[in-house]
Design a binder for this molecule. Structure first.
Ligand code: PRX
Length: 635
């Protein structure tokens, strides 16, 4: 029985049971049937969550780009692999066929080789959503270099931290980027970042907005002439199954960002398998995920998963509001999109606009709608279902994380009956469980618990770059022999999971994962600030927004405070990026603290959410009097 493509609910349950009973047999069959290997594995899985150490397909040899490109050439050479839709709707869309993808990735790979990049070297990619982004990712994989894509909305400081953390040798960027009616000078940001990055001696610059940029002699080169002169043939580097494929940074509740390391074979098998099943991808479909490749969603479900299935994957450069709020739907009609995958925050923003923006367009090509990045609220779910899917396209509410590499819990479209706000059932190979605060597994239903996974799956991140101890502490220490997700969830009577949100100090704002500690660090950099605490509060479009409580070294009034608010947000923009700006800033003379000096965020969260009736026990506070002051001045 081929288990690669599940076709009905009974089959799902059968496959799922097999994947739990005989996980190695299950993942071996999938790997055997659907991929190109230079050598097969000696061992399907070796693992120990205590160390922790996880190895899939050990001994296997492969190159992921052969699986994403070369093997499709014979049958799909002239099929569109990447469909690029520019920011400006008047600019022509670009269809890159599999044949062209082969040539362009090879050229790019040769350029990197000529720059001295070898297997295992780290390459930082800081690009907007233009074809060069996908091409550079694949070019790295072609030669075995480890890519570290940094979302091009991050600031110079955030960029330099990430470059230095993984010791990148080279940066690939562009002169700038388009975002709606604005342009952003990316090269300037890179220049600023590189003042703090002594290890980078080469910068490749793609031309996108034709802005004036300063090119530093002997360091900076325009990309296009190098590509033009490079050969279209580049032998793929033969990789071990467990060789790192990429590093992708994600925020933690404390400390600097975590460089999650994903390896080659398991990641490839899992993203390919889940793409096929979660989106029910069929040969002539045109699949569009609106994420940015700077996030895991873009890595797994714009680049690797779709291409490993020989799919057509759309890359959109722009924003949903430009030139107007109908842009997404215009693109759906124009390219006859069959699968559309976006974030709840985008859905909520568009749901606020007039339905005329939708009704102008023919959306009848749509077959599957996806949601990712944060819990989708019931209202947004219904709006999406009624107005975009016209009640005919199932919604797949996909739960997963940067660390998981691929989707772990999701309905299968046309197979799993959906319930709004429930991510529903675990995909084959995934063994979730809920734990209570005492560390016991919750076996009953309808009880809120902490979501853990009991058994490894092929695309779990293997470590944090340069800090295996932190990997162990963050994910494998809360509960013995379990991967802890950091999310809360509950399970209903039929086994459906509903994700309730983070249980740590990570706040998801517009689908972006933000740790409170780095934001507080940025605020505290302001010379007038003594201390700060950041919490989340519900926001009708962003899902959550940020509320900062700030203690000033010297108190001031009125206008001074307004200026300080601007400066504090400017500080955050410089250190992290504008995605982490605070919506509300309250100045206070103190923060509620425990006797051991820990800030009681629970209380601050309640005040920010305007739930001051029941603040819980405040008797253990060192300074209970400050609570009333904070309530009285709450914004
Ligand atoms: O809290 C969960 C939320 O996003 C977190 C992971 O964020 P990140 O690593 O940036 O990856 C986002 C894209 C995969 C999770 O711990 N999250 C993601 N998808 C969902 C979700 N929360 C509820 N429902 C979802 N479908």
């Amino acid at each position: 029985m081929s288990t690669y493509h599940i076709k009905h609910l009974e089959e799902y349950y059968k496959v799922y049971r097999k994947s739990v009973r005989e996980p190695e047999v299950f993942w071996e069959e999938i790997a055997e049937e659907h991929f190109t290997w230079h050598k097969k594995w000696d061992n399907v899985l070796e693992w120990d969550f205590k160390k922790p150490e996880i190895k899939w397909y050990q001994g296997a040899k492969l190159n992921i780009t052969e699986n994403c490109i070369d093997r499709h050439l014979r049958t799909k050479g002239s099929k569109t692999a990447i469909l690029f839709e520019p920011n400006n709707p008047d600019e022509q869309a670009e269809h890159i066929t599999y044949n062209q993808l082969y040539e362009r990735v090879n050229r790019f790979a040769n350029v990197l080789k000529n720059e001295g990049i070898k297997k295992g070297d780290r390459v930082c990619i800081y690009l907007p959503m233009i074809p060069e982004l996908a091409l550079s990712v694949l070019a790295c994989a072609r030669i075995g270099a480890i890519h570290s894509v940094v979302f091009a909305g991050f600031s110079a400081t955030a960029l330099s931290t990430r470059i230095n953390d993984s010791d990148c040798k080279i940066v690939i960027t562009s002169d700038g980027s388009y975002r709606g009616n604005k342009t952003i000078d990316l090269k300037e940001i890179v220049d600023e970042a590189l003042n703090d990055c002594p290890g980078v001696n080469s910068v490749l610059v793609a031309k996108r907005i034709n802005s004036e940029v300063t090119m530093k002699k002997s360091r900076d080169k325009w990309l296009q002439p190098l590509l033009d002169n490079a050969s279209i043939e580049c032998e793929p580097e033969i990789m071990d199954a467990e060789d790192p494929l990429f590093i992708l940074y994600t925020s933690g509740s404390t400390g600097k960002p975590k460089g999650m390391v994903h390896t080659t074979a398991g990641y490839m098998v899992y993203t390919a398998y889940t793409f096929k099943n979660v989106f029910n991808y069929k040969d002539n479909d045109i699949y569009w995920c609106t994420a940015d490749i700077g996030w895991i969603t873009g890595h797994s479900y714009i680049v690797y998963g779709p291409l490993a299935n020989g799919a057509t994957t759309v890359m959109f450069e722009g924003v949903p509001s430009y030139p107007d709020f109908g842009r997404f739907w215009e693109i759906v009609e124009k390219h006859k999109i069959t699968q559309f995958y976006t974030a709840p925050t985008a859905i909520r923003a568009l749901a606020k606009e007039n339905l005329d923006y939708i009704n102008k367009y023919d959306l009848s090509s749509l077959k599957v709608l996806g949601s990712v990045g944060e819990p989708i609220n019931e209202e947004a779910w219904h709006w999406y279902n009624d107005n975009i899917g016209k009640k005919k396209s199932p919604i797949v509410d996909t739960w997963w994380q940067t660390e998981t590499g691929g989707i772990l819990i999701s309905p299968l479209p046309y197979i799993t009956p959906t319930i709004p706000t429930f991510a529903s059932l675990p995909l084959p190979g995934i063994q979730p469980c809920l734990m209570d605060e005492k560390g016991e597994e919750i076996t009953a239903n309808q009880i809120d618990g902490r979501l853990c996974i009991k058994y490894p799956w092929p695309s779990i991140a293997r470590t944090i770059w340069g800090n295996h101890q932190r990997y162990k502490e963050t994910y494998f220490s809360a509960y013995e022999d379990k991967y802890f997700t950091g999310d809360g969830a509950l399970r209903d009577t039929v086994g459906y999971y509903r994700i309730t949100g983070r249980v740590d100090d990570v706040i998801i704002v517009s689908g972006h994962n933000l740790g409170t500690a780095p934001i507080e660090d940025a605020i505290n950099e302001h010379p007038a600030v003594a201390e700060s605490a950041v919490v989340g509060f519900p926001h009708d479009i962003k899902g959550n927004a940020l509320y900062g409580y700030v203690i000033l070294k010297e108190t001031g009034e009125g206008r001074l405070h307004d200026n300080l608010r601007k400066e504090i947000n400017q500080m955050i923009t410089e250190h992290i990026g504008s995605i982490a700006k605070l919506n509300k800033i309250q100045f206070t003379t103190g923060l509620p603290k425990t006797r051991s000096g820990k800030i009681m965020r629970r209380i601050l969260r309640k005040i920010a959410c305007n739930e001051t009736d029941n603040l819980g026990d405040t008797s253990t506070l060192l300074n209970p009097e400050v609570v009333q002051e904070i309530i009285d001045n709450a914004l």
